[in-house]
Ligand binder design. Structure first.
Ligand SMILES: Nc1ncnc2c1ncn2[C@@H]1O[C@H](COP(=O)(O)OP(=O)(O)OP(=O)(O)O)[C@@H](O)[C@H]1O
Ligand SMILES: [Mg+2]
Length: 260
């Protein structure tokens, strides 16, 4: 009888474990979708509200309305692309990696974060070395990572003195044994993180923010690991934190991002 009870207990434990795993995956899926879709959704709502206000006016400027509608379509497309990528990430199928020009990916993030940075008096500096090699990757996913890192950097600087609110996105070349690598770093002068915190930063649902989901870094790490490399964070010597990733360069002749 004892053996039978042990067997039953084991089965019960396994069933529970399977359930917990499923629930966690569902929770993480829901959280990633919420996290990544929030930004384009907020932009869509803001633009749609602007349109409504303009149309209320006696003589609406249709060019403004048209521009806002174009932005809405673009943000809707971006949200749909993000969903596609999240599904690929969760089904562990690989998204197609193609030659990417990192400078272009980095520049593409600026219009997305400009309003938010402006609201908090944060200046964004882009320091992009001209000889950075093209890399193999997924443009949308890499942009998503940068967006998450820049958002975190901006959030870390909200409470610091205004003159310290400077954010730098850097791309540099590093010569390694197997050739040149592209290194990307997002550097802030914010509140930073302590030694004890460093180990948890990338955990799903780890957050120190009142409204935070704690998904940004966890998603970003999965994406970067999906590119076969690492995402890591370091505490700056003076203030703030820097998050980095590096990707191996591909031959310069490759067709860079022209195939879109
Ligand atoms: N640049 C940074 N400087 C200091 N701490 C940071 C920085 N980036 C992340 N962290 C710490 O790591 C935690 C997890 O970051 P993560 O992006 O995963 O979640 P979050 O920003 O809290 O919420 P969200 O799901 O909205 O991104 C943050 O709550 C913060 O404590
Ligand atoms: Mg975040």
């Amino acid at each position: 009888h004892r053996a039978q009870r042990a067997e039953e207990a084991l089965q019960q434990a396994q069933a529970e474990l399977a359930h917990v795993t499923r629930v966690t995956t569902m929770g993480e899926l829901a959280a990633s979708i919420a996290h990544e879709i929030n930004q384009p959704l907020a932009a869509i709502v803001a633009d749609a509200n602007a349109c409504l206000n303009w149309l209320e006016a006696d003589r609406a400027n249709l060019d403004d309305v048209r521009a806002a509608l174009v932005a809405i379509v673009k943000d809707g497309d971006r949200a749909a692309e993000v969903i596609t990528r999240i599904r690929a990430l969760l089904s562990r199928s690989t998204v197609a990696h193609e030659p990417c020009d990192l400078a272009r990916v980095i520049r593409g993030v600026h219009p997305l974060v400009r309003p938010e940075l402006g609201r908090h008096g944060i200046t964004l500096e882009m320091s992009l070395a001209t000889d950075v090699p093209a890399v193999m990757g997924d443009r949308v996913q890499l942009q998503q990572v940068l967006l998450n890192l820049v958002t975190n950097a901006a959030e870390a600087m909200r409470e610091v003195p205004p003159q310290r609110r400077r954010l730098v996105v850097r791309s540099t070349v590093e010569d390694r044994d197997d050739g040149p690598w592209a290194v990307v770093a997002v550097e802030d002068a914010g509140i930073g993180f302590g030694k004890d915190e460093a180990a948890s930063l990338f955990d799903a649902f780890y957050t120190t923010k009142p409204g935070g989901l704690g998904m940004g870094l966890s998603i970003s790490r999965s994406i970067i690991e999906g590119h076969g490399v690492r995402l890591w964070g370091t505490a700056n010597a003076d203030h703030g934190a820097t998050f980095h990733f590096a990707l191996p360069g591909i031959a310069p002749s490759a067709d860079c991002g022209r195939a879109r």
